[in-house]
Design a protein around this ligand. Structure first.
Ligand SMILES: [Zn+2]
Length: 321
């Protein structure tokens, strides 16, 4: 993991706030946690990585290190997260107060991971900004974001940015095969479906996800031959946050094929896309893609998931003929 090595090399003069940003599904969260663990480890190896055996590593592994905090949407309360609180709220930032004002329990650094930082709502971002503006020597903030453009410029300007990129295709391919047991062709398909992001590909390759993925692709690919109502019945069995990104990817590929390019995410559906491309036009596809984009904000709280699904598929169907 070259990114981790580069971060560990900064260990001695790590900035007060680091913003780890890059596309989703590449392992930013895991990297932030690994770095936090390494920074808290009391017997780090020569490369700066965590030893995995000292008391600090033990507490970190159990989620109970006294000098570590993690701000995530909905906090650590699983029930609250179930209720789809998708924001990091001001109370969570304020709750850091005592943690920040006293010295580290172990005499070393204190670490706060904010993941994803783009989930901070406006009051929470303002509260965090105050903290970032008055650095307390030994605290390091690790902000994680897949949409760092959505962060307030004031927050970004207080952080040192650390860009993370998609891994090389061969590397991702090897990793995906090793970690999921997928064969080379299967790994190809999952990586293509995940836009090259290996962690997202691994999630798709999980059996339940894979079944949902196949259902979505099959359902969408059959439109307009089957009715969009039937399709909505099938699709509404999975959450909008699962089918909407795939429909978006499908429509992007359709747009590519209409424009004479090869599909990128669904190469195995090339023939189907080519047939569909003959009965639509680029401006129609582009307009629908834009509409889909506007729906992503509401995807976790559609007022009526079934109606939302039907509406989206009716609009999709209207692209043809
Ligand atoms: Zn350790």
């Amino acid at each position: 993991m070259p990114s981790l090595q580069r971060l560990l090399a900064m260990r001695a003069e790590l900035p007060h706030a680091l913003l780890l940003f890059g596309p989703s599904g590449i392992g930013k969260s895991a990297l932030a946690m690994r770095l936090a663990n390494a920074l808290l480890c009391e017997l780090p190896g020569p490369d700066g990585d965590a030893c995995g055996r000292c008391p600090a590593c033990g507490w970190f592994g159990q989620g109970s290190h006294p000098d570590f905090r993690r701000l995530v949407p909905g906090g650590d309360d699983d029930e609250a997260r179930e209720k789809a609180s998708l924001e990091i709220k001001i109370g969570q930032v304020r709750a850091l107060g005592d943690f920040l004002s006293v010295g580290g329990h172990r005499g070393g650094r204190k670490i706060v991971v904010v993941d994803p930082a783009d989930a901070l709502n406006v009051p929470a971002a303002n509260a965090l900004l105050k903290t970032l503006e008055e650095p307390t020597g030994e605290t390091v903030f690790l902000l994680v974001s897949g949409r760092h453009d959505a962060l307030p410029a004031t927050i970004r300007s207080r952080c040192v940015g650390f860009p993370l990129t998609l891994p090389a295709r061969d590397e991702a391919h090897r990793w995906l095969q090793a970690s999921t047991g997928a064969g080379p062709e299967e790994a190809d398909a999952w990586l293509a479906a995940a836009g090259g992001a290996p962690l997202r590909a691994a999630t798709l390759a999980e059996p339940a996800q894979a079944a949902a993925y196949r259902l979505i692709v099959k359902t969408v690919a059959q439109i307009p031959d089957n009715s969009s109502i039937q399709a909505a019945e099938a699709l509404a069995t999975v959450p909008a946050r699962a089918w909407l990104p795939l429909l978006q990817a499908w429509v992007t590929d359709l747009g590519r094929v209409v424009a004479g390019a090869a599909p990128r995410r669904f190469p195995e559906q090339r023939d189907r896309l080519a047939r569909l491309a003959q009965s639509t036009a680029l401006p129609r596809v582009a307009k629908f893609a834009e509409w889909l984009m506007q729906q992503t904000a509401a995807v976790d709280h559609p007022l009526n998931p079934r109606l939302f699904c039907e509406d989206a598929l009716l609009r999709y169907r209207a692209l043809f003929g």
